[in-house]
Design a protein around this ligand. Structure first.
Ligand SMILES: NC(=O)c1ccc[n+]([C@@H]2O[C@H](COP(=O)([O-])OP(=O)(O)OC[C@H]3O[C@@H](n4cnc5c(N)ncnc54)[C@H](O)[C@@H]3O)[C@@H](O)[C@H]2O)c1
Length: 262
């Protein structure tokens, strides 16, 4: 019988991470998942074990990994966000409190390195790593610390790909756009205002679901992505395609001008 394929998914107890657990199992990428999360709520699936763990703490990650007692084929560094204080956190202003800033970077970037530094040395040929970045790490954003941390994930993914590639290990990232998880419920509780001010600005005029992001993670961790490494895939309805640089106007001699034409 073939060896059982295991995934470790950090932050897999709810939100995008929980959808990733479902997608990895449902699409047959792995047979079993170990979730590392601050929450230890059981997931109603005998193929999933939940291990209470703080991904910013090396001792906690080592203990959870020892509890699992097996080497994964897939590692998903997804835990992140700002579960404590919401998007108004002191970390996110232009002159934010340095301690809060560091806390945000620890959770949203350093934790990916920390978990990978503990699990990564055991990975063997054919393994895949995927981390959850954000479009806030690709374009300017009012979330200063969060965006910088997610940008670091994207750059780190490229550097890691260069050294892990010759060992047959791939590493990629996803950059989710707008998903109405707890983060967005805190930012704009009013659904009509959310649609009017946020969703209407997405080129595809629709926000993303946890399943949209999870499908991309399952693909990047599967054999179908065997030639893809070092990349960050934005799942954002076209938001990072950017605004037209000049917009459109009427010239003095009456021509209408638009960039891009449309
Ligand atoms: N929701 C969005 O719109 C959005 C957009 C872009 C990127 N993201 C990113 O997607 C990822 C998941 O976000 P979500 O929206 O599902 O958030 P969420 O808060 O619903 O889920 C995050 C999960 O991570 C766990 N977690 C938090 N801190 C942890 C820690 N120190 N150790 C272990 N587990 C911890 C939480 O308990 C929770 O289960 C995050 O990295 C977030 O930054 C989310």
């Amino acid at each position: 019988m073939d060896e059982e394929r295991l995934a470790i998914v950090t932050g897999g107890a709810r939100g995008l991470g929980l959808a990733m657990v479902d997608a990895l199992l449902g699409q047959g990428v792995v047979d079993r998942v170990a979730v590392f999360d601050l929450l230890d709520d059981p997931i109603d699936d005998e193929r999933v074990s939940v291990h209470r763990c703080d991904v910013t703490d090396a001792g906690s990650v080592r203990a959870a990994y020892a509890e699992v007692g097996a080497v994964p084929r897939v590692l998903v560094n997804n835990a992140g966000g700002d579960p404590g204080s919401g998007v108004t956190a002191a970390a996110n202003g232009p002159f934010a409190d340095p301690g809060e800033f560091r806390r945000m970077v620890d959770l949203n970037f350093t934790s990916a390195h920390l978990v990978t530094s503990i699990v990564g040395p055991d990975l063997t040929e054919g393994a895949a790593i995927c981390s959850t970045a954000s479009i806030a790490g690709q374009v300017a954003s009012p979330l200063f610390a969060y965006g910088a941390a997610k940008c670091a994930v994207i750059h780190w993914t490229k550097s890691m790909a260069r050294v892990l590639g010759p060992r047959g290990i791939r590493i990629n990232a996803v950059a989710p756009g707008i998903i109405r998880t707890i983060l967005w419920e805190q930012l704009e509780p009013d659904i009509d205002r959310y649609k009017q001010n946020v969703v209407s600005r997405i080129p595809l005029l629709d926000d993303q679901t946890p399943e949209d992001i999870a499908d991309a993670v399952a693909f990047l961790c599967s054999g179908r992505a065997r030639s893809i490494t070092g990349q960050t895939l934005a799942i954002d309805g076209g938001m990072t395609a950017g605004e037209p640089i000049f917009g459109s106007w009427e010239t003095a001699d009456g021509r209408s001008w638009s960039s891009p034409p449309g």
